[in-house]
Design a protein around this ligand. Structure first.
Ligand SMILES: Cc1ncc(COP(=O)(O)O)c(C=O)c1O
Length: 371
């Protein structure tokens, strides 16, 4: 019974051009990598590598326990203080992934009696978080503040969370954070902003840049695995909210603390990021230039999405680029909220100007052939 069921699912995926395969890569395969999320190129920075290695030697390979048992290290405190200070927040709490951070904030604040208003393009981790919370859910069209206001007005007096990403991962556009925060304030709702693609690419993130950091009704989640070149996640906001998470968030309580090497790497990367605003300037210049070359809108973040006519065309273009020594990503259903397959090109600061220029030429030719 199970064999048939799995074989049928596999055949359906194959027929739709949606089969995914893992493609292991070596540490340095000579390919220009424009597929990853290491936006500032800090994962390979010597200070980041050294910090990770030193922490592993000092603390060992893992935190050894969940945070409430013996898995809270002074290193976690150092990282949390640094992140809070950088992002202009009263406090921070770190998690073993950004996924856990999102599951935790929604799960700890929302239950069956709460209402969640979610943008239609929100990340899978937040979708899963709402499902686990069993909260009443209203999905609003992408970046539609009027729809958010209407959803808030429809359930007066109900504890409500509004979920947004500062920079959307697939579309690459920016949320109207100021308007969303205003709508939330009018209705006593909390705004939760996932800054996975904002922090680092926009220095301390867009919540900070829009003057919303430190507001008690605007909470931030972040990942340590993209611009910070490490692994892990964080929730930032008022101490009372963080204490509530420590006491109630199951993905925090029942999970081993962030590994020392990851915490130390993220801490080193945050310090470099703060000292090197030129890295985010490089991203802006590259992403704008590439968008012009391809005739698509420039995104707010580091990732350019290039719509393709079909999943097969996207996969073929990706393979042709790899043959030219350029690795790009590929979004296909079910990873795209609107069903449109796309190439995903990261305009990171981690590649040399020479490699970047070569990659842009290859992308221009190969994408031009297909579209
Ligand atoms: C918007 C968004 N939120 C959360 C996450 C999860 O972060 P992590 O990879 O640290 O689990 C991601 C990463 O894929 C993301 O793009």
């Amino acid at each position: 019974m199970w064999d048939d069921w799995i074989a049928e699912a596999s055949a359906a995926r194959e027929a739709a051009g949606l089969t995914r395969r893992l493609r292991p890569r070596g540490p340095d395969d000579g390919v220009v990598d424009l597929a990853g999320n290491d936006y500032l190129g800090l994962s390979a920075h010597p200070d980041v590598r050294r910090a990770a290695a030193k922490a592993a030697m000092l603390w060992g390979g893992g935190a050894g326990a969940s945070r409430l048992v013996t898995g809270t290290l002074t290193l976690h405190g150092d990282l949390e203080d640094e992140l809070a200070d950088w992002l202009g927040q009263p406090g921070a709490l770190t998690f073993s992934t950004g996924y856990h951070a999102n599951l935790s904030i929604v799960g700890a604040l929302a239950d069956r009696t709460a209402h969640v208003v979610s943008d239609a393009h929100i990340h899978a981790s937040l979708i899963d978080a709402v499902r686990l919370s069993r909260a009443q859910l209203t999905v609003v069209p992408h970046n539609d503040v009027d729809a958010v206001r209407a959803a808030l007005a429809a359930r007066p007096g109900v504890r409500t969370l509004v979920l947004a990403e500062s920079v959307y991962s697939v579309l690459g556009d920016e949320a109207p954070l100021t308007d969303l925060a205003e709508a939330c304030a009018e209705h006593g709702a909390l705004l939760v902003v996932d800054e996975a693609h904002g922090v680092g690419v926009h220095g301390p993130g867009l919540v900070h840049r829009r003057g919303l950091a430190g507001r008690p009704d605007v909470l931030v989640t972040a990942t340590l695995s993209k611009s910070l070149g490490s692994q892990g996640g964080a929730v930032l906001g008022p101490r009372a909210v963080l204490d509530h998470l420590v006491n109630t968030a199951r993905p925090f309580i029942f999970d081993t603390g962030l590994a020392p090497a990851s915490a130390a790497a993220a801490l080193a990367a945050a310090r470099i990021s703060r000292a090197r605003p030129d890295l985010s300037d490089t991203i802006r210049a590259r992403v704008t230039g590439l968008a012009q070359t391809l005739g698509v809108p420039a995104p707010a973040g580091a990732v350019l999405s290039v719509p393709m006519p079909s999943p097969e065309a996207a996969v073929a273009a990706q393979a042709n680029l790899l043959a030219e020594g350029v690795r790009v990503g590929c979004f296909r259903p079910p990873s795209v909220p609107d069903g449109v397959s796309r190439l995903r090109v990261t305009a990171g600061a981690g590649v040399t100007d020479e490699d970047w220029d070569r990659a842009v030429k290859a992308i221009d030719v190969i994408v031009g052939d297909v579209r």
